[in-house]
Design a protein around this ligand. Structure first.
Ligand code: NOJ
Length: 551
């Protein structure tokens, strides 16, 4: 039997990165009081689910992805009472809530780590500890994805521990059955409290290869080919499914760097081998960079189209896609694939571009008003651990200006500025002093302004989401890409027995001739959605059109 949960297939999710969503108590930090205030707003978008980036107690080295207690909610976010109120409030409104599950690593402030470094049983082998090799050499040559090498020396234990991310994020030893029992306890703890599922952080990294061999592809690979999709990954996910998820109606969304559709199907094929519901792929994020956002390249539409189509075609009829264009780990899409000059048009176009594909769309906070990147004048204004390391260690011989540019293009902080709620002070995010910088453009781009404007990006999102829900071709139809060679237009159709939908997106500020596939007669179709009032023979800058033919 395949995993029985299917409700997510008809939903649109909203991702909350709590620190920057909305401050409800005036201390400058986003919190669950703020979320509670905005539940109706989220619902009004047409979203029926919320994914919370981590809300747990954490020293905050990686903004919550370094967890020190999995069974509580951080006091700064309002604690468990505020969470229960939000969870109940979401459920009353018919919305599901999923939590982030971060179990590749814990904070070094977690009790398990503190005991493990002291060799207190049963925690001694909870982490990946190794003695130094001869002459103080590291246990292997892997790099951390955030800072330096993947090993840190612990003075207390007199051994190295592995950290694939920040130094304060120690990798758990998932090969230890006791650790897997802890994970199951965490899952059950939240599911029993009524949570509807999880987004599993870098879950494909949890099984390391035996003997932790050196990676020969370094420095390019950082070791990722060694620990991604490790030898026991499937087995561990199957164990979580068997012992936990099979007993609940819960959704499991897995973050999976470098996953291909073929690989994803090993986990999400809808038959009795299924252990996950959806996977978060990265390829659609790589049309203006080489693997990481810091290695910026000019935006390449063909690369983007290829990635979307690869996933649409690759999973068709076998597995379910997770659709997204933004999250807390990448700069804002208007600034990347769209145009800040044509902010409004391009934000709408990007919305329709992915909203009518097959899968479950996720909208990241602020995306629905077309928020753009943030351009600090000093590198010292960045908070993010990965960005700071990049600045302090890469290209340090270059001028300050040259060092700042890659951060503008690549930093996750670009998408972490507070949500712009209004033109009031601090963009209406807080009455206190915001924990982080507010993007200067909040007076032009904010929710309050867009609420009152039927033509706004916000109301376009509402229209697109509501259309998506009424169109059977979007839920069930086949996907076909057309004019693949075009470097200016992205054109696809969705077709089922009753309907055929045509989506044409312009990714340029130049005038381009509108073109429909030969078997789609636009004169017989209804234009359901566009970002321009008049749609002629040429597509205007960043124009999008969605046509429907009923059969
Ligand atoms: C992926 C998360 O999305 C990111 O924000 C985090 O820094 C790393 N995993 C480490 O947990």
């Amino acid at each position: 039997m395949s995993k029985k949960t299917t409700w997510y297939k008809d939903m649109v999710f909203y991702q909350i990165w709590p620190r920057s969503f909305k401050d409800g108590n005036g201390d400058g930090m986003g919190d669950l009081y703020g979320v509670y205030e905005k539940l109706d707003y989220i619902k009004s978008l047409g979203c029926d689910g919320i994914w919370f980036s981590p809300l747990y107690p954490s020293p905050g080295v990686d903004c919550g992805y370094d967890i020190s207690d999995y069974m509580d909610i951080a006091a700064e976010f309002g604690g468990m009472d505020a969470f229960t109120k939000v969870l109940d409030g979401a459920h009353e409104r018919g919305m599901k809530v999923i939590m982030d599950l971060v179990v590749n690593h814990t904070s070094t402030e977690h009790e398990w780590f503190k005991k493990s470094r002291e060799r207190i049983e049963p925690y001694t082998d909870y982490y990946i500890w190794r003695p130094a090799k001869a002459h103080g050499k590291l246990p292997n040559n892997w790099d951390s994805l955030f800072e330096g090498k993947a090993w840190a020396w612990d003075e207390v234990r007199q051994e190295y521990y592995m950290h694939l991310f920040a130094i304060e994020q120690a990798d758990l030893n998932m090969d230890n059955p006791l650790v897997r029992e802890e994970v199951k306890k965490i899952l059950k703890f939240w599911l029993d409290r009524g949570v509807d599922g999880f987004r599993e952080d870098v879950i494909t990294f949890i099984s390391k290869p035996e003997g932790l061999p050196d990676d020969r592809l370094l420095p390019f690979s950082k070791g990722i080919f060694m620990f991604n999709h490790g030898p026991h990954l499937y087995e561990y996910l199957e164990e979580f499914r068997r012992d936990v998820f099979d007993h609940y109606d819960a959704m499991v969304l897995a973050e999976a760097p470098m996953v291909t559709p073929k690989k994803a199907l090993e986990y999400i094929t809808e038959d009795d081998t299924q252990v996950l519901d959806m996977m978060i792929q990265f390829q659609t994020q790589e049309a203006d960079c080489f693997f990481t956002d810091f290695r910026h390249t000019p935006f390449n539409l063909r690369k983007m189209k290829k990635a979307f189509s690869r996933w649409q075609d690759g999973l068709a009829g076998k597995g379910w896609n997770m659709l997204y264009i933004e999250n807390h780990d990448h700069p804002r899409m208007v600034s990347r694939y769209g145009s800040e000059k044509y902010q409004k048009a391009s934000a709408k176009m990007l919305c329709a571009m992915y909203m009518f594909q097959s899968g479950t769309p996720f909208v990241y906070q602020g995306q629905e008003i077309g928020m753009t990147n943030w351009y600090p004048e000093s590198p010292l204004m960045y908070e993010d651990v990965q960005t700071r390391w990049q600045y302090n260690n890469v290209g340090t011989n270059k001028s300050d200006e040259k060092r700042l540019k890659p951060l503008w293009n690549g930093s996750r902080d670009s998408a972490r500025t507070p949500v712009q709620w209004s033109a009031e002070e601090n963009a209406g995010f807080t009455t206190g002093t915001p924990w982080f910088y507010v993007n200067e453009n909040y007076k032009e781009i904010n929710v309050a302004e867009q609420e009152g404007d039927p033509d706004s990006v916000l109301n376009f999102y509402r229209k697109a989401i509501s259309l998506r829900k009424t169109l059977s071709a979007v839920r069930h139809g086949d996907y076909t890409e057309h004019f693949k060679g075009s470097s200016k237009l992205y054109t696809y159709t969705r077709e089922d027995k009753r309907q055929k939908l045509l989506v044409v997106c312009s990714f340029t500020d130049e005038a381009v001739k509108m073109k429909a596939p030969a078997d789609f007669d636009t004169s017989k179709a209804t234009l359901l959605l566009s970002n321009y009032k008049e749609n002629g023979e040429t597509m205007k800058p960043y124009e999008v059109r969605v046509y429907l033919l009923n059969k």
